[in-house]
Write a protein that binds this ligand. Structure first.
Ligand code: HEM
Length: 145
């Protein structure tokens, strides 16, 4: 797929950007949602925003990141499988995936008015995708090992 390769890479990066936007924005919505009274208009508005963000953007963007990333990695000669940086990147990707699944569980709890966690907790959680993104970008660009 020589001619296709840069297009697949562009789609990979576009998917990554959309996924990261959701991973950063959803916990920020939770920070404000945690302060809203369950059943209030404000809380119901957050529920709609959270559901649309997760289903309309984050699920498709994560799928795109994986599909295009695996297509790049499966292209002969692209990844040096003996170099450590790619496994460092994959560890970061696993971290983002776990984060995505946990966010989906917390969204379901908010949707059922069963959130048990504090604003402080979601503020802390909000920093995790940033740290993982820094790890992944350093692995991909600097390739330190
Ligand atoms: C299943 C998960 C993933 C796989 C298998 C994967 C694999 C790859 C591969 C093989 C490349 C091409 C490297 C090259 O052309 O030298 C690439 C590029 C890239 N990936 Fe991923 N990736 C995944 C997820 C992610 C995630 C989650 C991020 C960021 C949060 C990310 C960021 C990037 C960036 C910025 C590039 C462009 C690097 C460059 O052109 O040098 N990837 N990815």
């Amino acid at each position: 797929m020589t001619g296709l390769y840069p297009w697949v890479k562009a789609l990979h990066i576009l998917s990554v950007i959309a996924w990261m936007a959701g991973l950063l924005y959803l916990p920020r919505l939770f920070v404000y949602h945690a302060a809203a009274r369950p059943g209030s208009d404000e809380s119901n508005t957050f529920k709609v925003m959270e559901r649309r963000l997760l289903r309309g953007i984050m699920h498709p963007a994560m799928a795109g990141t994986y599909v295009f990333g695996v297509a790049l990695a499966a292209t002969p000669g692209v990844v040096d499988w003996s170099a450590g940086w790619f496994y460092g990147k994959l560890a970061g990707v696993m971290g983002l995936t776990v984060m995505h699944l946990r966010l989906a569980q917390w969204r379901a709890a908010f949707a059922a008015d069963r959130n048990l966690r504090s604003q402080r907790f979601y503020r802390f959680i909000n920093e995790v995708p940033t740290l993982l993104l820094i790890l992944i970008v350093v692995m991909v660009v600097v390739r330190p090992f």
